[in-house]
Design a protein around this ligand. Structure first.
Ligand code: HEM
Length: 253
């Protein structure tokens, strides 16, 4: 197969003249930037989505706000389709960049496990968490984003709860929640270490602090996500006999 200069640079890490290529560094930078963007997105997503804990009306109002209701009469679900498309593209691009770091054969994977056990190296284990949760998210996240993109009108206190409870989507959301919370915060921790963001005068102590903070954030986001999921399930359970019926705002009643 003919290979152009860029492919050769990608495979060997060197350019045509044998000088060290800048492409791997660029791809690394892009992977960090897209990862940080997606982590920020998910941080806000889980917060917004927990509006269900404040009641059906709170979640309904927020959904309508994202559909642009303050500017468009009744809201426009196509705005959600466009947003989901942008996030989906970023998600696929980030996964594509990360694929470079997957072990390329079973032998390589075995070597990595042996190395990890031998070294008791915590940061190598974090890398393993990233690879496995990333793999799971590739499928689970794609299912979720495809649904959001193609039926954005089916988002709301009853529509979402019916999907989660009666359509049996809760096991998928449970796995996605665990994967995404671990992946996002472990990812942020690895970025802090990689780029030395908070190293300051005492990198060792500040890295320890960063690890404690990240553990706390994982716990907070898992609890918040689980409480929201439980709340959607309770609403879905109570609403199962009226499956498909949409929520009507208290304000309009
Ligand atoms: C613009 C894109 C997105 C939109 C509009 C969106 C919307 C929603 C909505 C409305 C729900 C409530 C359940 C439902 O209606 O089915 C939900 C739940 C959830 N979403 Fe998304 N989502 C988006 C992107 C993502 C991405 C990229 C991820 C992670 C890869 C994600 C992870 C989750 C998880 C884990 C839950 C369940 C959370 C819980 O258990 O509390 N979402 N999303």
């Amino acid at each position: 197969m003919p290979q152009n200069d860029n492919t050769v640079e990608l495979l060997t890490g060197k350019d045509r003249l044998g000088k060290k290529s800048r492409i791997p560094a660029w791809l690394d930078y892009l992977q960090s930037a897209t990862g940080l963007f997606l982590a920020l997105f998910i941080t806000f997503h889980i917060l917004f989505e927990s509006s269900i804990l404040f009641g059906k009306e709170a979640m309904y109002r927020l959904t309508k706000m994202f559909e642009g209701e303050p500017f468009i009469e009744g809201g426009e679900p196509l705005i959600i389709t466009a947003l989901a498309f942008i996030i989906f593209s970023m998600f696929i691009f980030h996964a594509f960049l990360a694929m470079r770091k997957f072990p390329s054969s079973y032998k390589e994977y075995q070597r990595y496990r042996a190395h990890s056990k031998l070294m008791h190296h915590q940061d190598t284990n974090l890398w393993f968490i990233q690879i496995t949760t990333g793999f799971a998210m590739f499928f689970l996240g794609s299912i979720h984003l495809y649904m959001m993109m193609t039926s954005p009108e089916n988002i709301g206190p009853f529509a979402s709860s019916d999907r989660i409870y009666s359509d049996w989507m809760w096991p998928m959301y449970l796995l996605l929640l665990i994967s995404v919370v671990l992946h996002a915060w472990v990812g942020v921790y690895r970025l802090i270490i990689k780029w030395g963001w908070f190293d300051g005068d005492n990198p060792r102590q500040n890295r320890k602090r960063a690890k404690t903070m990240i553990k706390g954030l994982v716990a907070i986001y898992l609890v918040l996500g689980l409480l929201s999921l439980a709340s959607y399930m309770k609403i879905g359970y109570d609403h199962q006999d009226k499956y498909g019926e949409r929520y009507v705002s208290e304000v309009k009643k």
